[in-house]
Design a protein around this ligand. Structure first.
Ligand code: NAD
Ligand code: DAU
Length: 342
């Protein structure tokens, strides 16, 4: 591995991964290939813009000719695919782009990777492909996929195509399925950046339903490290879960967030739930631990570190929240029924 193409590298996790890889492996060249959708932002990559090992190409993963040209020009031997439509609520409102990018785009990348004969194709996937998890079970990599939102279904389709390319064509693929990431540069549609930035401005925090849904909030750098470990030591054809292996109720996450900011619980507003909302995700991460990886942050440490970053980086999120975001916010939350205010 020498020349990596990181698709979706201008998004939240992708940009953290690029920074992480350039810092950890100064011998690698990293090409970011990104369409710069509403979620892609070159501000996320400002810290590496002057690095001689970093380059950027604007392009769509659905465009086979453009992907081929970028890969050939940069002699790419490894593809790490973060590019996706990623927000569940947007997938419920407008599923189309999810099918295009997360399914057709993944297929396009696989096909170019196969034709050019890369050393490794790595797919970034999500715990949402396992669907809502009952009881105290922790999803294992061999569990059936049971996606329940258009986003999760599009990601599960991508996963199946990646595995089919391994079986059918022998393409050396690996996959990681990550839990809910938190950290710097996450677009403020996702719950933690949305709630921190609303709270800073003393606006209501719209908690869906009873707020007792359970998520594994993991720090983004732990996820990046896990992906790197799989690139170095993972076995082709294999899937690896990445999370902390534990879970937290959303209301507890909100309590920590408000405490870190010194803001009152009266900002919490329970609103009509997300349709088909998965109540619980929880991953078994033993397979990745067996490769020598372990998470460095607890949920609480991850949430507090994230809150502090948003509090210190208003230059980054105020621009975003003042743009087309306002229309999105009105559409999703404007007429939403308020159930109760705490
Ligand atoms: P994000 O929405 O912040 O960024 C997505 C990036 O992909 C953006 O830079 C966007 O411009 C780019 N992109 C979208 N469509 C594209 C296309 N057709 N061609 C090229 N680029 C395109 O996403 P994120 O939260 O950083 O998630 C990255 C990956 O990790 C996704 O595959 C997601 O499914 C997965 N994942 C996310 C989480 C999470 O908690 N955020 C957890 C597990 C897995
Ligand atoms: O689990 C991994 C997934 O995590 C990733 O694959 C997705 O790309 C990522 O968006 C995230 O999905 P979630 O739906 O879990 O994340 P979100 O931040 O949208 O919501 C987290 C929890 O908070 C979820 O239970 C819904 C709830 N929520 C969310 C929003 C936006 C609210 O209560 N209110 C909100 O306004």
């Amino acid at each position: 591995m020498k020349n990596l193409m990181v698709t979706g590298g201008a998004g939240f996790i992708g940009s953290n991964f690029v920074r992480y890889m350039l810092g950890k492996h100064p011998e690698y060249n990293v090409l970011v290939y990104d369409k710069l959708t509403y979620a892609g932002n070159l501000d996320n990559l400002l810290e590496v813009a002057g690095d001689a090992c970093y380059s950027f190409v604007r392009g769509d993963i659905c465009d086979a000719a453009a992907v081929t040209e970028a890969m050939q020009a940069h002699q790419i031997d490894t593809v790490v695919n973060f590019a996706a439509e990623t927000h569940v609520d947007r997938s419920i409102m407008d599923p189309d782009a999810f099918i295009m990018t997360d399914v057709y785009g993944t297929y396009t990348l696989l096909e170019v990777a196969r034709r050019l004969g890369v050393e490794r194709y790595h797919q970034i996937s999500t715990d949402e492909v396992y669907g809502h998890i009952e009881g105290d079970h922790r999803s294992q990599e061999t569990d059936n996929l049971a996606p329940r939102s258009p986003y999760a279904a599009s990601k599960a389709s991508g996963d199946l195509m990646v595995l089919a390319y391994y079986v059918t064509y022998g393409l050396p693929v690996t996959l990681t399925r990550g839990a809910n990431n938190v950290g710097p540069y996450q677009y403020p549609e996702k719950v933690i950046p949305l709630f921190v930035t609303n709270a800073i401005d003393n606006q209501a925090l719209p908690v869906y339903g009873d707020g007792k849904q359970r998520r594994d909030y993991q720090y983004v750098i732990d996820h990046c490290e896990g992906i790197d470990v799989v690139l170095q030591r993972g076995k082709p054809g294999e899937v690896y879960n990445v999370g902390t292996g534990s879970e937290m109720e959303n209301l507890r996450m909100v309590e920590i967030l408000l405490d870190e900011l010194g803001k009152p619980a009266s900002l919490i507003q329970h609103v009509e739930d997300r349709p088909g909302h998965d109540r619980r995700y929880c991953l078994n991460v033993d397979k990745l631990r067996a490769l020598g990886w372990q998470p460095g942050y607890t949920h609480e440490e991850a949430i507090r570190a994230t809150v502090r970053w948003y509090a210190a980086n208003e230059w980054w999120w105020r621009k975003i929240k003042s743009g087309e975001f306002k229309e999105y916010y009105r559409r999703l939350y404007g007429d939403r029924k308020v159930i109760s205010a705490t």
